[in-house]
Ligand binder design. Structure first.
Ligand SMILES: [Fe+2]
Length: 157
């Protein structure tokens, strides 16, 4: 039984959206792993605050990863789950060991810039094909990430 038989969406169009979501999933998985590295490896006088803040960020991203993967399933495709596949599709690159809180926060801004641009393209495509479910999901991420960008930019100023 296929969900796409019941959603009322054109399967050619859902495939286009799910392909973009696969790319976004790859970026989110690498972003998540980088955040865990920042949580573990950051050092210095701000350690407690930054250690906790990176945990808050990766907890949110973990939930979003699950939502993106399940959206891909709803659209009739199979989400990628191997890192070897993610590392062929990712635009957010793996970080090295980062000990400086400022450097880690600056990297988060760089990652969110990439992810926000990708999400805006997904919203545009999903809107064109009347895929409101994907529009709603990704629009919520954009609003939350824009707030994160504001908080980090303020922190670094
Ligand atoms: Fe921890």
């Amino acid at each position: 039984m296929k969900t796409t038989d019941y959603l009322g969406l054109d399967t050619g169009n859902t495939k286009k959206v799910s392909d973009k979501l696969q790319n976004l999933l790859a970026d989110f998985q690498v972003y998540y792993t980088n955040l865990r590295g920042f949580h573990w490896n950051v050092k210095g006088r701000q350690f407690y605050r930054l250690h906790n803040e990176f945990e808050n960020l990766y907890d949110e991203v973990a939930d979003q990863i699950d939502e993106i993967a399940e959206r891909i399933l709803m659209l009739g495709e199979t989400p990628l789950h191997n890192f070897s596949d993610y590392l062929k599709k990712n635009e957010v690159k793996e970080s090295g060991v980062v000990k400086s809180g400022d450097e880690a926060m600056k990297l988060v801004l760089d990652y969110l810039k990439i992810i926000l641009a990708k999400e805006r393209k997904i919203v545009e495509l999903a809107s064109e094909v009347n895929d409101e479910g994907t529009v709603d999901l990704i629009t919520g991420y954009i609003a939350s990430q824009e707030k994160t960008v504001w908080l980090i930019a303020s922190y670094l100023s």
